[in-house]
Design a protein around this ligand. Structure first.
Ligand code: GLN
Length: 511
């Protein structure tokens, strides 16, 4: 298709060079032909999309269209959309149909965006590869043997393969930025509290953020303008006014101060990624930016801190999926039959046992689960995948009475130190730059048996979530195999305009 970015498409729609139905039909035929291999989508909404296109086209013709007319979205499975399944990449929620729209979906609809379908993710947003989904792995459109990143891998892959021109993802520790980096697109994690989380299935509530993935920085600015702002249904949203991010993209200031933290360029960073990121930054310097060496001394604790706090929150958030209130329910009839067989067997041995063996059998009988408890256990055992179970166990452990102070309490204190590091840095610089991920996209089978290796992927992204600040990943060229490299900018809380400024300057180097 001749058009890629939403801003370009909007011009073409207004100039009558393009009809919205034609655009949507194009995306549909691309999705039909490409997604059999990529597996970015979990379900399609073609009919609604075509109907919407007709209606919105009329609005365009009468100059009444919303700000997102021409945007065609893939929506991450963790974001509720009325009447649609929100499976969160899990068997646990495979039949869960949302009864309401998330606030972000309300905003998209109000501004005349079109939704083409729902996209795949790591189960409950836990992962960096979109391989933990119960609905199969998503593949990277740049190389089908590689992962698209995660957990918003479906959002990034659908976009990179041009099956949509925008997506929504969620970012708890890097899940928008890392897939954006692996797939060569732009991804924004807004400040915590900038965008409402009402209607987002919670993973770790003090970290979770919803944000856009797009082809261009301007498109992300356009979408963030539309979805940001206070929401009475999410008490963590802020009433700080939303700046016009698009203006910032169109007129970026080149004389900005960019902090370069030494901790982000050391061990573990692939040399090709380092070289490309540094070359974009030195070009920015030539154009007037000042590169300021800075240090974020507590960064080395970021991964450990995150995996204590995020798993603790997850273990609590995921308690609601018990097969009764929410989610997959194991076969209760079978469970009751099995329990009665277990009981009968014990009672039989009891009748046959000598008097002094009977007390052990009484205990065994008392230890047999009640049907309800067994139902909870089996529903969760069947509904959750291995990574989710690992995190629930880890989270339950760090919150348990004997360990709470040693792990959870301490991690909370380290989180504050990390936040302080950033506050100090932002007193000297406008933005901080770093690679988004230590490598380019890895193979679908890599890191699967080694959770720690997988967790290390988030080393550069996680601290922005710990500190609650905003961050963006922008494309910074490719490695020698043609795989995209991402450059991350971070800015202080509610300073998204600074992010867009820096992102826009670096994007210009590639256009
Ligand atoms: N990869 C990180 C994790 O597995 C971050 C995920 C996310 O941001 N949702 O927790």
């Amino acid at each position: 298709m001749a058009y890629k970015s939403i801003c370009e498409i909007q011009k073409a729609l207004l100039g009558k060079e393009l009809h919205l139905s034609e655009l949507v039909k194009n995306y549909i035929s691309d999705a039909e032909s490409k997604d059999t291999e990529i597996n970015a989508f979990t379900s399609f909404q073609f009919e609604q999309a075509l109907n919407q296109a007709e209606l919105i086209q009329k609005k365009i013709e009468s100059n009444q269209a919303g700000k997102l007319a021409g945007a065609v979205f893939g929506i991450k499975e963790a974001i509720c959309q009325e009447g649609e399944i929100a499976n969160c990449g899990s068997k646990m929620l495979q039949n869960f149909k949302s009864v309401y729209d998330a606030t972000v979906i309300e905003h998209l609809k109000k501004e005349d965006a079109i939704i083409l379908g729902r996209v795949n993710m790591d189960e409950f947003a836990m992962g960096s590869s979109t391989t933990t989904s119960a609905f199969g792995a998503t593949r990277n459109p740049h190389d089908l043997s590689k992962v698209p990143g995660g957990s918003s891998g479906g959002s990034a892959a659908a976009l990179a393969a041009n099956m949509v021109n925008a997506s929504l993802g969620s970012d708890t520790g890097g899940s928008i930025r890392q897939p954006a980096s692996f797939c060569g697109v732009v991804g924004v994690k807004p400040t915590y509290g900038r965008v409402s989380r009402h209607g987002l299935v919670a993973y770790a509530s003090s970290f979770d953020c919803i944000g856009p993935l797009t082809h261009t920085v301007a498109d992300s600015a356009l979408i963030l303008n539309a979805i940001s702002g206070v929401d009475k249904r999410d008490a963590t949203t802020s009433d700080i006014p939303v700046a016009d991010y698009l203006t910032q993209v169109e007129n970026p200031v080149s004389g900005i101060r960019i902090g370069i933290p030494e901790e982000y360029f050391g061990e573990g960073l692939h040399p090709e990624v380092k070289e490309k990121v540094m070359s974009v930054l030195s070009e920015l310097e030539k154009q007037g930016a000042t590169l300021v060496p800075i240090t974020l001394p507590h960064l080395k604790y970021a991964i450990g801190t995150y995996y204590i706090l995020a798993t603790a929150e997850a273990s609590s958030n995921l308690a609601r999926f018990d097969g009764i209130r929410y989610g997959h329910r194991a076969d209760f009839k079978r469970i009751k039959e099995e329990l009665s067989k277990e009981e009968k067997a014990i009672k039989k041995s009891f009748a046959a046992a000598e008097a002094n063996d009977k007390s052990g059998l009484i205990e065994a009988l008392a230890a047999v689960d009640s049907p309800l408890i067994r139902l909870y256990k089996e529903s969760r055992a069947e509904g959750f995948g291995a990574e989710v179970k690992r995190r629930i166990m880890l989270g339950t452990y760090v919150l348990s009475a004997g360990y709470y102070d040693a792990y959870y309490g301490k991690a909370q204190r380290v989180r504050r130190l990390i936040k302080q590091d950033f506050s100090e840095a932002f007193s000297k610089v406008d933005v901080i730059a770093s690679p988004t991920a230590p490598t380019t996209a890895f193979g679908l089978d890599e890191n699967q048996d080694d959770p720690i290796q997988m967790y290390l992927n988030d080393i550069y992204t996680i601290s922005a979530n710990l500190a609650g600040i905003c961050a963006v990943s922008v494309p910074a060229g490719t490695d020698k195999n043609g795989l995209p490299i991402g450059l991350q900018f971070m800015a202080d809380s509610f300073q998204e305009e600074k992010l867009f400024n820096a992102a826009s300057l670096s994007e210009k180097q590639f256009s």
